[in-house]
Design a protein around this ligand. Structure first.
Ligand SMILES: Nc1nc2c(ncn2[C@@H]2O[C@H](COP(=O)(O)OP(=O)(O)O)[C@@H](O)[C@H]2O)c(=O)[nH]1
Ligand SMILES: [Mg+2]
Length: 196
């Protein structure tokens, strides 16, 4: 490639504009597994030690769908009330939100209504929303929330439902890939609309 001045095929700004940046936000009660899901997706690893997210955690991955490279930014918003301002900032203009609960923890399931209210109040731009039932591996205790209850709640909210284990990786790639495919589809539709 000719790297002399003036021989770039695109100027740097055009090159950056051509990249597809996707912003994904994970929400749900503390301990549900948001950080571990993001870590598993970005680094394919699981850490059993629990380090509660203070403020926000962040992950980045280039993920290819149908030969298109997506630059995926993933944010895990701490559930603590004092971080509401940070959460609100991050909700803005995000492409997708995944709402996580822990199938071994009743409180995390009971909080789903509160979380969805926060999303409705603060998010903008019509993000893709999915429900994730995490910890299906059984290693963190007995299942309390049956699949049917999770699916029913998701159906009421018109959200897709996924079961995952950030510990074994089961369902993690499927869920993120389907979520990103839906985002991509929405973007393409948007492009068609904006071009007419
Ligand atoms: N058995 C099991 N433990 C998990 C799973 N996902 C997360 N954990 C554990 O649950 C705790 C909370 O996980 P974390 O990702 O930090 O939750 P967050 O507060 O929602 O970000 C940690 O101790 C993790 O090791 C999972 O799928 N299965
Ligand atoms: Mg976390």
């Amino acid at each position: 490639m000719n790297r002399e001045r003036g021989h770039l095929t695109k100027n740097p700004q055009e090159a950056v504009d051509a990249l597809l940046w996707i912003k994904v936000v994970g929400i749900g009660n503390s301990g549900a597994g948001k950080t571990c899901l993001i870590k598993h997706f970005c680094e394919s690893k699981f850490s059993g030690g629990y380090q509660p997210t203070v403020g926000v955690d962040y992950g980045f991955k280039i993920h290819t769908i149908n030969t298109i490279d997506l630059r995926v930014h993933l944010w895990d918003l701490s559930g603590s009330p004092e971080y509401i301002d940070v959460r609100n900032e991050l909700y803005g203009q995000c492409d997708a939100i995944f709402l996580v609960y822990d199938i071994t923890n009743q409180a995390s399931f009971d909080s789903l209504d509160t979380w969805i209210k926060e999303v409705v109040k603060y998010s903008s731009g019509n993000p893709e929303l999915v429900l994730v039932a995490n910890k299906v591996d059984g290693k963190s205790g007995k299942r309390i929330i049956p699949t049917g209850d999770g699916k029913k709640w998701a159906l009421q909210q018109k959200m897709s439902y996924y079961e995952t284990s950030a510990a074994t990786g089961d369902g993690v790639d499927t869920f993120f890939t389907e979520l990103l495919t839906a985002v991509l589809k929405k973007r393409k539709t948007g492009m068609i609309f904006s071009a007419t």
